[in-house]
Design a protein around this ligand. Sequence first.
Ligand SMILES: *Cc1c(COP(=O)(O)O)cnc(C)c1O
Length: 399
Amino acid sequence: MEAIAEKKSYQVDSRGYYGNFGGAFIPEMLYPNVEELRENYLSIIAEPSFQKEYNDLLRNYVGRPTPLYRANRLSEKYKTNIFLKREDLCHTGAHKVNNTIGQILMAKRLGKKRVVAETGAGQHGVATATVCALMDIECIVYMGELDIERQAPNVARMKMLGAEVRPATCGSRTLKDATNEAMRHWINNPVDTHYIIGSVVGPHPYPDMVARFQAIISEEMRWQLKEQTGKETPDYVVACVGGGSNAAGSFYHFLDDENVKLVAVEAAGQGLTSGHSAATTALGKPGVLHGSRTILMQTEDGQVVEPFSISAGLDYPGIGPQHAYLYDSGRGIFMSATDEEAVQAAFELTRFEGIIPALESSHALAVLGQLGASENENVILNLSGRGDKDMATYMKYID
Ligand SMILES: *Cc1c(COP(=O)(O)O)cnc(C)c1O
Protein backbone atom coordinates (compact mmCIF):
# COMPACT_ATOMS: atom_id res chain seq x y z
CA MET A 1 0.00 0.00 0.00
CA GLU A 2 1.10 3.47 -0.75
CA ALA A 3 2.00 5.55 2.27
CA ILE A 4 -0.21 8.57 2.63
CA ALA A 5 2.04 11.58 2.77
CA GLU A 6 1.33 13.59 5.88
CA LYS A 7 0.21 17.10 5.04
CA LYS A 8 2.98 19.51 5.85
CA SER A 9 1.97 21.62 8.81
CA TYR A 10 3.47 24.82 10.09
CA GLN A 11 1.47 24.63 13.30
CA VAL A 12 2.68 23.20 16.58
CA ASP A 13 2.52 19.40 16.93
CA SER A 14 1.15 17.49 19.92
CA ARG A 15 4.61 17.48 21.54
CA GLY A 16 4.96 21.25 21.34
CA TYR A 17 7.32 21.30 18.34
CA TYR A 18 7.50 23.05 14.98
CA GLY A 19 9.82 20.70 13.10
CA ASN A 20 12.94 20.58 15.29
CA PHE A 21 12.10 23.82 17.10
CA GLY A 22 10.05 24.49 20.21
CA GLY A 23 9.53 22.19 23.19
CA ALA A 24 9.68 23.13 26.85
CA PHE A 25 13.22 23.32 28.24
CA ILE A 26 12.46 24.45 31.76
CA PRO A 27 13.80 23.92 35.26
CA GLU A 28 11.94 21.19 37.12
CA MET A 29 10.59 23.81 39.55
CA LEU A 30 8.64 25.43 36.73
CA TYR A 31 7.14 22.19 35.45
CA PRO A 32 3.83 22.24 37.42
CA ASN A 33 2.98 25.79 36.21
CA VAL A 34 3.72 25.11 32.56
CA GLU A 35 1.99 21.73 32.71
CA GLU A 36 -1.19 23.24 34.18
CA LEU A 37 -1.29 25.71 31.33
CA ARG A 38 -0.50 23.10 28.67
CA GLU A 39 -3.28 20.81 29.87
CA ASN A 40 -5.91 23.55 29.91
CA TYR A 41 -5.20 26.26 27.36
CA LEU A 42 -6.87 24.72 24.32
CA SER A 43 -10.08 23.74 26.09
CA ILE A 44 -10.33 27.14 27.82
CA ILE A 45 -9.85 29.02 24.54
CA ALA A 46 -12.53 26.84 22.94
CA GLU A 47 -15.14 27.58 25.65
CA PRO A 48 -18.01 29.64 24.19
CA SER A 49 -17.95 31.94 27.25
CA PHE A 50 -14.23 32.60 26.73
CA GLN A 51 -14.73 33.30 23.03
CA LYS A 52 -17.60 35.67 23.78
CA GLU A 53 -15.69 37.66 26.41
CA TYR A 54 -12.50 37.76 24.30
CA ASN A 55 -14.32 38.92 21.16
CA ASP A 56 -16.45 41.49 23.04
CA LEU A 57 -13.33 43.03 24.58
CA LEU A 58 -11.44 43.07 21.28
CA ARG A 59 -14.36 44.86 19.68
CA ASN A 60 -15.44 47.32 22.34
CA TYR A 61 -12.27 47.85 24.38
CA VAL A 62 -9.38 47.37 21.93
CA GLY A 63 -11.29 48.82 18.96
CA ARG A 64 -11.27 45.86 16.56
CA PRO A 65 -11.53 45.18 13.72
CA THR A 66 -8.60 47.48 12.95
CA PRO A 67 -8.83 48.98 9.44
CA LEU A 68 -7.13 47.53 6.36
CA TYR A 69 -6.08 50.71 4.60
CA ARG A 70 -4.95 50.93 0.96
CA ALA A 71 -1.98 53.30 1.04
CA ASN A 72 -2.46 55.04 -2.32
CA ARG A 73 0.61 57.25 -2.49
CA LEU A 74 2.89 54.50 -1.19
CA SER A 75 1.37 52.08 -3.73
CA GLU A 76 2.07 54.55 -6.51
CA LYS A 77 5.70 54.94 -5.46
CA TYR A 78 6.41 51.19 -5.24
CA LYS A 79 4.20 50.32 -8.27
CA THR A 80 2.19 47.68 -6.45
CA ASN A 81 -0.91 47.58 -4.22
CA ILE A 82 0.04 48.21 -0.61
CA PHE A 83 -2.44 47.68 2.20
CA LEU A 84 -1.63 48.61 5.80
CA LYS A 85 -3.17 46.58 8.61
CA ARG A 86 -3.64 49.26 11.24
CA GLU A 87 -2.62 47.58 14.51
CA ASP A 88 -1.30 51.01 15.50
CA LEU A 89 -4.92 51.95 16.14
CA CYS A 90 -5.39 49.31 18.87
CA HIS A 91 -5.90 50.60 22.42
CA THR A 92 -2.45 51.20 23.98
CA GLY A 93 -0.99 51.76 20.48
CA ALA A 94 0.14 48.34 19.30
CA HIS A 95 -0.87 44.71 18.69
CA LYS A 96 0.42 43.57 22.11
CA VAL A 97 -2.95 44.08 23.80
CA ASN A 98 -4.56 41.31 21.66
CA ASN A 99 -2.37 38.87 23.58
CA THR A 100 -2.70 40.39 27.05
CA ILE A 101 -6.51 40.42 26.76
CA GLY A 102 -6.45 36.70 25.90
CA GLN A 103 -4.01 35.86 28.69
CA ILE A 104 -5.80 37.81 31.43
CA LEU A 105 -8.99 35.88 30.61
CA MET A 106 -6.92 32.68 30.75
CA ALA A 107 -5.50 33.70 34.15
CA LYS A 108 -8.99 34.35 35.52
CA ARG A 109 -10.25 30.95 34.39
CA LEU A 110 -7.23 29.25 35.96
CA GLY A 111 -8.16 30.97 39.24
CA LYS A 112 -5.02 33.12 39.44
CA LYS A 113 -4.91 36.15 41.74
CA ARG A 114 -1.77 37.81 40.44
CA VAL A 115 0.00 38.42 37.15
CA VAL A 116 3.73 38.72 36.55
CA ALA A 117 5.32 39.93 33.31
CA GLU A 118 8.67 41.01 31.89
CA THR A 119 9.16 44.07 29.75
CA GLY A 120 11.97 45.69 27.77
CA ALA A 121 10.88 49.03 26.39
CA GLY A 122 7.75 48.86 28.51
CA GLN A 123 5.20 48.28 25.72
CA HIS A 124 4.27 44.78 26.90
CA GLY A 125 4.38 45.99 30.51
CA VAL A 126 1.86 48.72 29.70
CA ALA A 127 -0.40 46.30 27.80
CA THR A 128 -0.26 43.91 30.78
CA ALA A 129 -0.83 46.63 33.41
CA THR A 130 -3.80 47.81 31.32
CA VAL A 131 -5.65 44.49 31.34
CA CYS A 132 -4.81 43.95 35.04
CA ALA A 133 -6.44 47.29 35.87
CA LEU A 134 -9.42 46.27 33.73
CA MET A 135 -9.83 42.98 35.60
CA ASP A 136 -8.73 44.18 39.05
CA ILE A 137 -5.83 41.73 39.23
CA GLU A 138 -2.53 42.46 41.01
CA CYS A 139 0.26 43.13 38.52
CA ILE A 140 4.04 42.90 38.95
CA VAL A 141 6.26 43.87 36.02
CA TYR A 142 9.98 43.09 36.01
CA MET A 143 12.09 45.51 34.04
CA GLY A 144 15.86 45.88 33.70
CA GLU A 145 17.24 48.69 35.84
CA LEU A 146 18.81 50.25 32.77
CA ASP A 147 15.52 50.10 30.82
CA ILE A 148 13.70 51.75 33.74
CA GLU A 149 16.03 54.71 33.32
CA ARG A 150 15.68 54.76 29.51
CA GLN A 151 11.90 54.32 29.29
CA ALA A 152 10.57 56.69 31.93
CA PRO A 153 7.21 57.48 30.23
CA ASN A 154 6.20 53.81 30.07
CA VAL A 155 7.31 53.25 33.69
CA ALA A 156 5.03 56.14 34.67
CA ARG A 157 2.13 54.62 32.66
CA MET A 158 2.51 51.25 34.35
CA LYS A 159 2.57 52.87 37.80
CA MET A 160 -0.48 55.01 37.02
CA LEU A 161 -2.26 51.81 35.94
CA GLY A 162 -1.51 50.36 39.37
CA ALA A 163 1.30 47.93 38.50
CA GLU A 164 4.34 47.41 40.67
CA VAL A 165 7.51 47.83 38.58
CA ARG A 166 10.41 45.81 39.99
CA PRO A 167 13.95 46.46 38.75
CA ALA A 168 16.11 43.57 37.52
CA THR A 169 19.56 44.45 38.80
CA CYS A 170 21.63 41.52 37.48
CA GLY A 171 23.60 41.13 34.24
CA SER A 172 23.16 43.79 31.60
CA ARG A 173 20.02 45.00 33.48
CA THR A 174 17.84 44.72 30.35
CA LEU A 175 15.09 42.50 28.92
CA LYS A 176 16.77 39.11 29.26
CA ASP A 177 17.51 39.78 32.95
CA ALA A 178 13.93 40.92 33.54
CA THR A 179 12.73 37.67 31.93
CA ASN A 180 14.91 35.64 34.31
CA GLU A 181 13.52 37.53 37.33
CA ALA A 182 9.92 37.08 36.17
CA MET A 183 10.47 33.32 35.77
CA ARG A 184 12.04 33.15 39.23
CA HIS A 185 9.01 34.92 40.68
CA TRP A 186 6.70 32.44 38.95
CA ILE A 187 8.64 29.46 40.32
CA ASN A 188 8.24 30.85 43.85
CA ASN A 189 4.49 31.57 43.46
CA PRO A 190 3.23 28.65 41.37
CA VAL A 191 -0.32 28.39 42.69
CA ASP A 192 -1.74 31.89 42.52
CA THR A 193 0.32 33.60 39.77
CA HIS A 194 0.05 33.63 35.97
CA TYR A 195 3.02 34.66 33.85
CA ILE A 196 2.05 36.72 30.78
CA ILE A 197 4.81 36.38 28.18
CA GLY A 198 4.80 39.19 25.61
CA SER A 199 5.69 37.35 22.40
CA VAL A 200 5.61 33.94 20.67
CA VAL A 201 8.60 32.80 22.73
CA GLY A 202 9.11 30.72 25.87
CA PRO A 203 8.29 27.07 26.61
CA HIS A 204 5.35 25.30 24.94
CA PRO A 205 2.45 26.17 25.09
CA TYR A 206 3.30 29.89 25.12
CA PRO A 207 4.36 30.29 21.46
CA ASP A 208 1.17 28.58 20.26
CA MET A 209 -1.11 30.33 22.77
CA VAL A 210 0.23 33.79 21.94
CA ALA A 211 0.01 33.08 18.18
CA ARG A 212 -3.65 32.08 18.62
CA PHE A 213 -4.42 35.34 20.43
CA GLN A 214 -2.67 37.36 17.70
CA ALA A 215 -4.25 35.32 14.88
CA ILE A 216 -7.20 37.75 14.92
CA ILE A 217 -4.93 39.97 12.76
CA SER A 218 -4.82 37.58 9.77
CA GLU A 219 -8.42 36.48 10.30
CA GLU A 220 -9.48 40.09 9.71
CA MET A 221 -6.97 40.57 6.86
CA ARG A 222 -8.67 37.80 4.85
CA TRP A 223 -12.22 39.15 4.89
CA GLN A 224 -11.10 42.77 4.65
CA LEU A 225 -8.97 42.10 1.55
CA LYS A 226 -11.84 40.13 0.00
CA GLU A 227 -14.18 43.04 0.65
CA GLN A 228 -11.82 45.49 -1.04
CA THR A 229 -10.31 43.45 -3.89
CA GLY A 230 -12.49 40.37 -4.29
CA LYS A 231 -9.52 38.17 -3.32
CA GLU A 232 -9.07 36.61 0.10
CA THR A 233 -5.31 36.03 -0.15
CA PRO A 234 -2.64 38.64 -0.87
CA ASP A 235 0.62 37.90 -2.70
CA TYR A 236 2.75 39.12 0.19
CA VAL A 237 2.30 39.55 3.95
CA VAL A 238 5.08 41.60 5.52
CA ALA A 239 5.76 42.07 9.25
CA CYS A 240 8.66 42.96 11.52
CA VAL A 241 10.03 40.32 13.92
CA GLY A 242 11.31 40.87 17.44
CA GLY A 243 10.16 37.73 19.23
CA GLY A 244 7.65 37.41 16.41
CA SER A 245 4.12 37.85 17.78
CA ASN A 246 2.79 40.44 15.33
CA ALA A 247 4.32 38.44 12.45
CA ALA A 248 2.89 35.15 13.77
CA GLY A 249 -0.56 36.74 14.01
CA SER A 250 -0.26 38.20 10.51
CA PHE A 251 0.88 34.87 8.99
CA TYR A 252 -1.43 32.53 10.95
CA HIS A 253 -4.35 32.18 8.53
CA PHE A 254 -2.09 32.19 5.45
CA LEU A 255 0.38 29.48 6.52
CA ASP A 256 -1.21 26.82 4.33
CA ASP A 257 -1.71 29.12 1.32
CA GLU A 258 1.70 28.40 -0.19
CA ASN A 259 1.20 31.06 -2.88
CA VAL A 260 1.19 33.77 -0.18
CA LYS A 261 4.76 34.91 0.45
CA LEU A 262 5.35 35.42 4.17
CA VAL A 263 8.03 38.05 4.71
CA ALA A 264 9.59 38.53 8.16
CA VAL A 265 11.83 41.55 8.66
CA GLU A 266 14.51 41.55 11.37
CA ALA A 267 16.47 44.48 12.78
CA ALA A 268 19.98 44.69 11.32
CA GLY A 269 20.89 47.44 13.79
CA GLN A 270 23.99 49.29 12.62
CA GLY A 271 24.55 46.62 9.93
CA LEU A 272 24.71 42.82 9.72
CA THR A 273 28.50 42.73 10.12
CA SER A 274 28.80 45.68 12.55
CA GLY A 275 28.65 43.64 15.76
CA HIS A 276 25.63 45.76 16.74
CA SER A 277 22.69 43.88 15.27
CA ALA A 278 19.57 41.91 16.15
CA ALA A 279 19.14 40.00 12.86
CA THR A 280 18.68 36.59 14.44
CA THR A 281 18.35 34.31 11.41
CA ALA A 282 21.20 36.04 9.55
CA LEU A 283 23.60 35.77 12.49
CA GLY A 284 22.25 33.04 14.76
CA LYS A 285 22.38 29.26 15.19
CA PRO A 286 20.04 26.72 16.77
CA GLY A 287 20.07 26.60 20.56
CA VAL A 288 17.87 26.95 23.62
CA LEU A 289 16.64 30.36 24.77
CA HIS A 290 14.00 31.12 27.42
CA GLY A 291 12.59 27.62 27.43
CA SER A 292 12.46 26.63 23.77
CA ARG A 293 14.75 25.34 21.05
CA THR A 294 15.02 28.03 18.43
CA ILE A 295 17.53 30.15 16.54
CA LEU A 296 19.49 32.66 18.60
CA MET A 297 22.57 34.85 18.38
CA GLN A 298 25.33 33.16 20.36
CA THR A 299 29.09 32.92 20.67
CA GLU A 300 31.09 29.81 19.66
CA ASP A 301 30.63 28.39 23.16
CA GLY A 302 26.91 29.13 23.33
CA GLN A 303 26.80 32.41 25.30
CA VAL A 304 23.90 34.64 24.26
CA VAL A 305 25.14 37.66 22.30
CA GLU A 306 23.75 41.06 23.36
CA PRO A 307 21.50 42.24 20.53
CA PHE A 308 21.35 45.80 19.26
CA SER A 309 18.61 47.75 17.48
CA ILE A 310 17.44 51.36 17.48
CA SER A 311 14.00 49.89 18.19
CA ALA A 312 13.57 48.48 21.68
CA GLY A 313 10.84 46.07 20.58
CA LEU A 314 13.17 44.28 18.13
CA ASP A 315 16.16 44.25 20.47
CA TYR A 316 15.96 40.52 21.26
CA PRO A 317 18.64 37.85 20.62
CA GLY A 318 16.22 35.13 19.44
CA ILE A 319 12.96 34.50 17.57
CA GLY A 320 9.99 32.31 18.39
CA PRO A 321 10.30 28.60 17.45
CA GLN A 322 7.62 28.79 14.76
CA HIS A 323 9.63 31.49 12.98
CA ALA A 324 12.77 29.36 13.30
CA TYR A 325 10.84 26.63 11.50
CA LEU A 326 9.45 28.96 8.83
CA TYR A 327 13.03 30.08 8.18
CA ASP A 328 14.50 26.58 8.21
CA SER A 329 11.78 25.11 5.96
CA GLY A 330 11.94 27.98 3.49
CA ARG A 331 8.23 28.80 3.98
CA GLY A 332 9.17 32.21 5.38
CA ILE A 333 11.29 34.82 3.59
CA PHE A 334 13.60 36.53 6.09
CA MET A 335 14.94 40.00 5.36
CA SER A 336 16.48 42.74 7.49
CA ALA A 337 16.60 46.53 7.71
CA THR A 338 19.17 48.74 9.44
CA ASP A 339 18.43 51.48 11.98
CA GLU A 340 19.02 54.08 9.28
CA GLU A 341 16.73 52.39 6.73
CA ALA A 342 13.98 52.05 9.33
CA VAL A 343 14.10 55.73 10.28
CA GLN A 344 13.99 56.71 6.58
CA ALA A 345 10.97 54.46 6.04
CA ALA A 346 9.25 56.03 9.07
CA PHE A 347 9.63 59.50 7.57
CA GLU A 348 8.48 58.27 4.19
CA LEU A 349 5.24 56.81 5.56
CA THR A 350 4.63 59.93 7.61
CA ARG A 351 5.06 62.28 4.65
CA PHE A 352 3.23 60.04 2.13
CA GLU A 353 0.27 58.91 4.22
CA GLY A 354 0.13 61.05 7.38
CA ILE A 355 0.80 58.07 9.67
CA ILE A 356 3.70 58.10 12.17
CA PRO A 357 4.69 54.43 12.63
CA ALA A 358 6.50 52.74 15.52
CA LEU A 359 10.21 52.19 14.89
CA GLU A 360 9.57 48.43 14.96
CA SER A 361 6.98 48.59 12.17
CA SER A 362 9.28 50.90 10.19
CA HIS A 363 11.64 47.96 9.66
CA ALA A 364 8.88 46.19 7.71
CA LEU A 365 8.18 49.36 5.71
CA ALA A 366 11.88 49.59 4.83
CA VAL A 367 11.82 46.47 2.61
CA LEU A 368 8.84 47.50 0.42
CA GLY A 369 11.16 48.40 -2.46
CA GLN A 370 12.96 45.04 -2.29
CA LEU A 371 10.00 42.66 -2.53
CA GLY A 372 9.80 42.58 -6.31
CA ALA A 373 6.01 42.88 -6.13
CA SER A 374 4.37 43.74 -9.47
CA GLU A 375 1.60 46.17 -10.40
CA ASN A 376 -1.17 43.59 -10.19
CA GLU A 377 -0.07 42.08 -6.90
CA ASN A 378 -1.35 42.84 -3.39
CA VAL A 379 0.94 43.41 -0.43
CA ILE A 380 -0.37 43.54 3.14
CA LEU A 381 2.02 45.12 5.62
CA ASN A 382 1.25 44.80 9.31
CA LEU A 383 1.70 48.22 10.91
CA SER A 384 2.29 46.81 14.39
CA GLY A 385 2.30 50.08 16.37
CA ARG A 386 2.18 53.85 16.39
CA GLY A 387 5.20 56.11 16.70
CA ASP A 388 4.34 58.37 19.64
CA LYS A 389 6.70 56.42 21.92
CA ASP A 390 9.56 56.96 19.45
CA MET A 391 9.27 60.71 19.03
CA ALA A 392 12.45 61.40 21.01
CA THR A 393 14.40 59.26 18.50
CA TYR A 394 12.67 60.75 15.44
CA MET A 395 13.29 64.29 16.70
CA LYS A 396 17.04 63.72 16.37
CA TYR A 397 16.52 63.42 12.60
CA ILE A 398 14.50 66.64 12.21
CA ASP A 399 16.51 69.81 11.71
C1 LIG B 1 6.90 44.75 20.91
C2 LIG B 1 6.66 45.26 19.55
C3 LIG B 1 7.12 44.56 18.40
C4 LIG B 1 7.96 43.32 18.48
O1 LIG B 1 7.35 42.23 19.07
P1 LIG B 1 6.84 40.98 18.21
O2 LIG B 1 6.53 39.96 19.24
O3 LIG B 1 7.95 40.57 17.31
O4 LIG B 1 5.65 41.43 17.46
C5 LIG B 1 6.81 45.06 17.15
N1 LIG B 1 6.12 46.21 17.01
C6 LIG B 1 5.66 46.91 18.07
C7 LIG B 1 4.91 48.18 17.84
C8 LIG B 1 5.92 46.46 19.38
O5 LIG B 1 5.48 47.17 20.43
